[in-house]
Design a protein around this ligand. Structure first.
Ligand SMILES: [Zn+2]
Ligand SMILES: [Zn+2]
Length: 159
C-alpha cells in the first residue's frame, strides 16, 4: 500500500494521528478553524486564509506544506512574475503614442495618440514595436503606399 505513505516507513494514518488537533494552527496563510468531512479516508480541515476565503485542505497537504493558501498565493505569484516581465511604461513614447496609464498587472496600457485618439492595448504589443499609433499611422502608411503605386504606374505608363 505504498500510496498511503509519504516517506518510507511512516504510514499516513500515523502522521494524521500525530497532528490530530490542528485547530488554531497556522500553515502559511491558512489558519485551521475546524475539522471538515473526510475525503475518502483522508482527514480534512476547514481553514481560513489571510485573504478571508475558506478552504478545505487535506491534513497531509498541510503537513507536507504543499498547501499554504486558498490559492491566492499562486495567483499573486503569477501576477508578480507577469509584472516583473513588463516594465513601467507610463510617460514613455512609442511612435505617436504616449502611455497615460497602466493597469494593475501592467499588462494593459492606455495611450494617447498625437492625433488626439486614445487607445488601450496590451503592453507587449507596444514593446514589440507592432503598434505605434492609434491606427492613424497605419492608415497614413497605407495611403502612402497606394500613392506610390499609382505614381509608379503612371511613370511606367508614361514611357
Ligand atoms: Zn487566500
Ligand atoms: Zn493616431
Amino acid at each position: 500500500m505504498s500510496e498511503f505513505k509519504i516517506e518510507p516507513g511512516i504510514p499516513i494514518s500515523r502522521i494524521e494521528v500525530d497532528f490530530e488537533d490542528l485547530i488554531g494552527q497556522r500553515f502559511g496563510r491558512l489558519v485551521v478553524i475546524e475539522r471538515a468531512e473526510n475525503h475518502g479516508n483522508r482527514i480534512c480541515w476547514l481553514c481560513r486564509c489571510d485573504c478571508g476565503r475558506e478552504k478545505i485542505v487535506r491534513m497531509t497537504s498541510l503537513r507536507i506544506g504543499d498547501t499554504s493558501s486558498c490559492g491566492c498565493l499562486s495567483v499573486e505569484l503569477t501576477a508578480e512574475r507577469r509584472r516583473a516581465s513588463v516594465p513601467n511604461l507610463v510617460g514613455q513614447r512609442f511612435g505617436r503614442l504616449i502611455v497615460l496609464s497602466q493597469n494593475g498587472q501592467w499588462c494593459q496600457v492606455r495611450c494617447d495618440c498625437d492625433r488626439g485618439m486614445e487607445k488601450t492595448l496590451p503592453a507587449h504589443e507596444l514593446l514589440s514595436g507592432k503598434v505605434d499609433s492609434c491606427g492613424c499611422l497605419t492608415f497614413e502608411r497605407y495611403a502612402e503606399r497606394q500613392r506610390a503605386k499609382v505614381m509608379q504606374h503612371r511613370n511606367q505608363g508614361g514611357k
